[in-house]
Design a protein around this ligand. Sequence first.
Ligand code: GTP
Length: 318
Amino acid sequence: MAVGILLVGGFGTRLKPLTDEYPKPMLPVAGLPVTEHQVLAAKKAGIHTLVFATSYLSEVFTPYFGDGSQWGIKIIYAVEKEPLGTGGAIRNAAELLGRTEPIVIFNGDVLSRHSISDQIAFHQKNSADVTLHLIDVEDARAFGCVPTDDSGRVTAFLEKMENPVTQSINAGCYIFSPDVIDKIPLGTVVSVERETFPALVESGRPVFGYKEQSYWLDVGTPAALFKGSRDLVDGEFQAMQSTVIAPDAVITGGTSIGARCLIGAATVIDDCIIGDDVIIEDGAHLSHSFIAHGATISAGTIKNGHYLSKKLDLPIPL
Ligand code: GTP
């Protein structure tokens, strides 16, 4: 058994304007918040308690997830008044957890189908301090890369470079041995990627990389969020329960529609992410657009590449 921490307190600046009103982890992907996809994966891996490390727009999480009983997992919340960085957030959240089980840390903006239980088993077999999920990408230049030796032991954490020495990058899911967490100072801004992990490797501590190449996507940019949603939609579109769609609406391109929406007659919708409780009136044409929860789109509206909410109408840098 294991416990977990979900890092969901960042500002999500690369996803603006989608993150102006909602925190990135709560944006819907194929009808469910990114975080909910992760809660389901954590539950599947046998994690019984999850701490949400929140900060920016922290108030949005609790009404949706409550105590987690709907998902059969205990959810508790650690709120940072000012964001503490990934390391500071982990230490702060871990104050709500015991120190007897491995602690699984999730970056809150990753969709991954890798086996978390296999990653935990690999961590335990190696008696590691930390085990990171690593993924090979075609072009690692945009990321820091993480070389390992033949046994899987991490040899360095390297910053972005023109000629990366390996294609393996940090995929944003880490297992910490419980006693290692307390090496991160409490109440201080710390980055695990830039400070904690390199310091552990430099001091010769056992840090391992667990490599698995199943579906993985960092949904940190608008284009990636749209791709993630399309990837999870099976077919031309997907709609959640209680949504009503006019028979002559044309919906394509992996569009996802949330719960309790009304999609009007003669609407044309392509490659859109539509939240819950949205009304799209007759004849609207929408493409590559994000329609936030509760928005009403007036009849005949034509938009391509826009963020539309109750209050905002802004172009998306796709
Ligand atoms: P950008 O501003 O677009 O880079 O996004 P971000 O703020 O989410 O930062 P980044 O993608 O580097 O963060 C990775 C994960 O850590 C995300 O799930 C963030 O929500 C989370 N995160 C980043 N900084 C903090 C923090 O200070 N506190 C907490 N609790 N979570 C954080």
